[in-house]
Design a protein around this ligand. Structure first.
Ligand code: NAP
Length: 253
């Protein structure tokens, strides 16, 4: 096999959560481009239909399932739909996430719990559901954040805790499932990429933060998808339990 062919995902089946917007759309399209059929989950059904068109344009099949990852039953239904449609799940991209910025003394129980429910617990429910059906050689990629490693001038206790927790979850599932099940588990920690999440920042915030990063610009989603393909494919066959930071050097500061 040529080295470059190891990045290929011909006839693999990938589940992508948060596939209705932002990075999840780029991930779904990139996985399809690499040869995978893609199972799409998020709450906004009509937006999933748009992502399905991108998968079809790459010549691959997709199934879209309305999913709230904070609900374990929804996560099981998404994986059941994947098994029903394609008979296997080779890749899980745990991408669904929400961001908030609330000062710690003002943050309500509900606000904090919602972020943890989606960003951390949701990834665990999805990993559990996939881990039960995945075969040796499968790969789980959790989309964490540099904010699991550093801070960026906003009050983001819930978000930072959820993403740091996700890195811990990654390590533990990697050690539980690596040898016994042959499933690799890794995280990606993105810096700033344009999306609905980053549109909510106050004017000037992004420019201030990017001054910290040696590369001094936001990332292109394709630059993150390329890293995803490394971790999802056989090219990353000896990488497990790791967090790969893709942030233009932001976290060096
Ligand atoms: N963009 C960045 O700069 C950046 C940096 C670091 C990390 N990240 C991480 O990358 C991931 C994607 O972020 P993004 O920037 O693409 O954000 P985005 O544009 O806001 O998209 C978030 C996605 O998550 C889905 N989602 C939210 N809550 C959900 C729930 N309860 N159940 C299922 N899906 C849910 C949304 O779909 P619905 O609303 O349709 O459910 C949407 O598809 C997140 O985990 C985020 O923390 C992003």
């Amino acid at each position: 096999m040529r080295l470059l062919d190891r990045f290929g995902l011909q006839d693999r089946v990938a589940v992508v959560t948060g596939a209705s917007a932002g990075l999840g759309v780029a991930f779904a399209a990139g996985l399809a481009d690499a040869g995978a059929d893609v199972v799409l989950g998020a709450r906004r059904e009509e937006r999933l239909a748009d992502t399905a068109k991108l998968v079809a344009a790459a010549g691959r099949r997709s199934v879209a399932v309305t999913t709230d990852v904070a609900k374990p039953d929804d996560c099981r239904r998404l994986v059941d739909a994947a098994m029903e449609a394609f008979g296997r799940v080779d890749i899980l991209v745990n991408n669904a996430g929400i961001g908030t910025a609330v000062p710690a003394t003002k943050e309500t129980v509900e606000q904090f719990e919602q972020v943890i429910d989606v960003n951390l617990n949701g990834c665990y429910w999805m990993a559990q559901a996939c881990g039960r059906v995945m075969r040796p050689g499968s790969s789980i990629v959790n989309i964490a954040s540099v904010l699991g490693l550093t801070t960026a001038g906003l009050p983001q206790a819930a978000y930072s805790a959820s993403k740091a927790g996700l890195m811990g979850l990654t390590r533990d599932l990697a050690q539980q499932w690596g040898g016994r099940k042959g499933i690799r588990v890794n995280s990606l920690a993105p810096g700033f990429f344009a999306s609905e999440m980053t549109e909510q920042y106050r004017p000037g915030y992004l420019e201030e933060q990017l001054r910290r990063a040696p590369l001094g610009r936001v990332g292109d989603p394709d630059e993150l998808t390329a890293a995803l393909l490394l971790l999802a494919s056989d090219a990353g066959g000896y990488i497990t339990g790791q967090t790969l930071v893709v942030d233009g050097g932001l976290s060096l500061a």
